[in-house]
Design a protein around this ligand. Structure first.
Ligand SMILES: [Zn+2]
Length: 92
């Protein structure tokens, strides 16, 4: 392949151009650890708390941010109906 910087022929598996030192391998994609939960994942976790808990356990290692957000939504999904039921119970 050719160096994109100086245009000289270099080995295909080079990480750096041996002539000009240009870095040829782009940095690995940022670890998925920073990934945030999508709206659908949050909504799903809220509406179906069990799904949120499953997402939490499935992702807590690789994507702790996403897992935590889904868990919080799942907890709200559990808590809000309980609060409503409690309110109805007290009011009746
Ligand atoms: Zn070069």
């Amino acid at each position: 392949m050719k160096c994109p910087n100086c245009g000289r022929e270099i080995a295909d598996d080079s990480k750096f151009c041996e002539y000009c030192g240009t870095k040829l391998v782009s940095d690995p994609v940022a670890p998925a650890a920073d990934e945030k939960a999508s709206f659908i994942q949050r909504l799903g976790s809220f509406l179906i708390p069990l799904a949120g808990i499953i997402i939490y356990f499935a992702n807590k290692k690789e994507r702790p941010t996403l897992a935590k957000e889904c868990l919080i939504c799942a907890l709200w999904g559990f808590a809000i109906p309980l609060i409503f039921e409690l309110a109805i119970f007290i009011a009746s």
